[in-house]
Design a protein around this ligand. Structure first.
Ligand code: PEP
Length: 251
């Protein structure tokens, strides 16, 4: 059985004090949650404070990005081993905002996914089509290419250590959520591709999260779909009570 994952992407929000206070509130709320993996992704500057705060709880911490090199002359970048050293267990890779504003491609995503695994981090690889691609009817091709190129050259055992977040770009931060049926259709297709490039058992165990305007009032219906294993949550993860309601989804 796949343990559901609910991950909060705080994006470029919260100072150290604000991050500490948010995670403290969350820690109180989720102290008895054992059946869902809960992850928060603060900005780099808040990671240390959040890692210290989650000690003694089951909350895990992710970085929102990293470089693929372990060290070197890359001013302004943070490496996989630094992310690990700071106390993160997970790292979000290839978020659509990184693809859109920072020129990330399936090729850089592939380098980062491999580097994350090499550093002992679990990559949460983000994929998803734009509105123009959906309207042109190319969603399945776009997503298939993102999965194949994102995992290019990797062994099934390595692919099995990753999490995928399917986030239609038109649904991120827009208030427009994919319908459960739209999301399920793509999740099923992604699982099919994982079976081809990995194996059927890797596909069966892979957690595929949905992301895109997930809120307390739509999480339940999304989680009732058989191939939706959790959510990557942006806006609604910035308030402890709304994020907690998402963590406590009802199937
Ligand atoms: C995200 O940041 O990955 C995201 C899905 O944002 P939002 O929930 O705000 O749409």
């Amino acid at each position: 059985m796949r343990t559901p994952v609910i991950a909060g992407n705080w994006k470029m929000h919260n100072t150290i004090a604000e991050s500490r206070s948010l995670v403290r509130e969350l820690k109180q709320l989720i102290h008895d949650v054992t059946d869902v993996e809960v992850i928060v992704a603060p900005v780099f500057t808040s990671i240390g404070a959040v890692v210290a705060e989650v000690q003694g709880s089951s909350i895990k911490v992710a970085a929102q990005n990293m470089h693929w090199e372990m060290q070197g002359a890359y001013t302004g970048e943070v490496s996989p081993r630094m992310v690990k050293d700071a106390g993160c267990s997970h790292v979000i890779i290839g978020h659509s905002e990184r693809r859109q504003y920072f020129a990330e491609t399936n090729q850089t995503v592939n380098k980062k996914v491999r580097a994350a695994l090499a550093a002992g981090l679990t990559p949460i690889m983000c994929i998803g089509e734009t509105l123009a691609e959906r309207e042109a009817g190319t969603t399945m091709q776009v997503v298939a290419e993102q999965v194949r190129e994102g995992f290019a050259g990797m062994q099934a055992t390595d692919i099995s250590c990753c999490i995928i977040a399917y986030e239609p770009v038109w649904a991120i931060g827009t208030g427009k959520t994919a319908t459960p049926a739209q999301a399920e259709e793509v999740h099923q297709a992604i699982r099919g591709i994982i079976a081809e490039i990995g194996s059927s058992s890797v596909a069966a165990s892979m957690r595929i999260l949905y992301g895109g305007s997930v809120k307390p009032d739509n999480i339940d219906e999304l989680m009732r779909e058989p191939d939706i294993d959790g959510a990557l949550v942006g806006g609604a993860s910035l308030k402890a009570d709304s994020f907690f309601r998402i963590v406590r989804f009802q199937r």
